[in-house]
Write a protein that binds this ligand. Structure first.
Ligand code: SAH
Ligand code: SF4
Length: 428
């Protein structure tokens, strides 16, 4: 059976070339064709002998995943449904921020973690992607865009740290100077907070950027939103992040999706402040855009109040710019198209559910609307500020709230332990 060429490290190519009795420099030539010149067949590698090209074509599969569907947004965002050799599909998204081009790629087909707001989680898990399958999404995106990527975020379908080995290998492949040579600081891994994975990343000494999907700093609420919190509880996650930061000295990003009246209140913001104290953080607030499910969008006022509490406490915070609003709406069409094409097998329904993820993933609120509101509210705040207005009151409340959260928290871990133990014994 043919090997997938994108799984091969530079050393693997050197071994292969030595095995075939070819000159050493052939390994560099092959690596350059694959990783820098985006060749997808040996025939394209014109500076190799015909015999070597034939041998390569016989031994290796150089094909990128196949693009089944593409959606384009007015803002330049492009969403792709891609299919691997075994028929499994994932989504990847190309986003333009000014001159920068960022790829959001997938690490698993589906995800076993079942976060209650996430379509990927709802659809179950099929399999891990290999390092080559992860890296080939990158190369495919560059080929499609006809330019180099500026950043890559491991934030598509799946939990990267349930597939740590392949994820780290894909980063090493893409980063290796002899292969793609993509700058290590341009990688971001987003995790739901898998302690083992964060530790493995730290041990790998790969200085990529780390993003943690938090969404709640209260144990009970977080376990409800993200069941992974039961096995990777907040106090341990916090400690793990502190250790990570002590070793890497790197700022950690936190993703916090705001679900109306669930985790967007003043109390929740104070809990977050308490959790983040002592961690050099950047907080991305992602107003949830309801599509009629269990959760609803936060009001603009709640978003701004949340942001202002974090900022007052000294945390850098951004309401994350939403990309591809218009194609998010069209994502349903993508699903329908695929369902139509594959409706013969019951399996296909699971697959089409899985691809709904991208809709959810980038389906943040209409930021322009928020920004307009924000300006209005900021104007009002400025007017009030001189008379000890909103910001001062928030600051006072915040200071008091932190104290309250401290008091509350003293009891929380114990209570949660009981809860966890109770769950365990039921399982037995
Ligand atoms: N499994 C990893 C990476 C993939 S999910 C993780 O959880 O971090 C990428 C991001 O999308 C995460 O921050 C996740 O919480 C977020 N996400 C998923 N569904 C969402 C939704 N419906 N609304 C807002 N953010 C969502
Ligand atoms: Fe998995 Fe991340 Fe979705 Fe949770 S948010 S189900 S961890 S992909």
């Amino acid at each position: 059976m043919k090997k997938y060429a994108f799984e091969y490290t530079f050393e693997d190519w050197q071994d292969y070339i030595a095995c075939k009795g070819e000159a050493k420099y052939r390994a560099s030539q092959i690596a350059e064709w694959i990783w820098k010149k985006h060749a997808t067949s040996a025939e394209e590698m014109t500076n190799l002998s015909k015999a070597l090209r034939e041998k390569l074509q016989e031994d290796f599969d150089f094909a990128y995943p196949e693009i089944l569907l593409t959606q384009k947004s007015k803002d330049g965002t492009r969403k792709f449904l891609v299919k691997f050799a075994d028929g499994e599909t994932v989504e990847m998204v190309l986003m333009k921020y000014g001159a920068r081009l960022t790829l959001c790629l997938s690490t698993q087909v589906g995800c076993p973690l079942g976060c209650t707001f996430c379509a990927t989680g709802a659809s179950g898990f099929s399999r891990n992607l290999t390092a080559g399958e992860i890296a080939s999404q990158f190369l495919l995106a560059e080929k499609v865009a006809s330019r180099d990527l500026s950043n890559v975020v491991y934030m598509g379908m799946g939990e990267p740290f349930l597939n740590t080995e392949a994820v780290l290998k894909s980063i090493r492949l893409l980063n290796n100077e002899k292969l793609r040579g993509f700058g290590i600081r341009h990688f971001t891994i987003s995790t739901s907070g898998i302690l083992e994975g964060i530790e493995a990343l730290s041990a790998s000494s790969l200085p990529v950027r780390l993003a943690v999907s938090l969404h709640a700093a209260d144990s009970e609420l977080r376990s409800f939103l993200m069941p992974v919190n039961e096995t990777n509880p907040l106090p341990e996650l916090r400690k793990c992040l502190l250790d990570y930061q002590a070793k890497t000295n790197d700022r950690i990003s936190f993703e916090y999706a705001l679900f109306g009246e669930v985790n967007d209140t003043v109390e929740r913001a104070r809990e977050l402040v308490h959790f983040l104290r002592g961690i050099h953080s950047f907080v991305n607030l992602i107003p949830y855009n309801s599509t009629g499910g269990r959760y609803k969008a936060p009001t603009p006022e709640a978003v701004l109040r949340f942001k202002s509490i974090l900022e007052t406490a000294g945390f850098e915070t951004e309401i994350r710019a939403s990309m591809g609003q218009d194609i998010d709406a069209a994502c349903g069409q993508l699903r329908r198209k695929v369902a139509g094409a594959e409706a013969q097998t019951p399996d296909s329904y699971t697959r089409t559910d899985v691809i709904a993820h991208a809709n959810e993933l980038h389906d943040t609120a209409n930021i322009e609307r928020y920004e307009r509101k924000a300006k209005l509210i900021e104007k009002k705040l400025m007017a009030k500020k001189t008379s000890g207005g909103f910001i001062d009151r928030a600051r006072k409340r915040n200071a008091k709230g932190t104290k309250n959260a401290f008091q509350k928290r003293e009891h929380a871990p114990k209570a949660n332990r009981h809860k966890l133990n109770a769950k365990k014994s039921v399982g037995k």
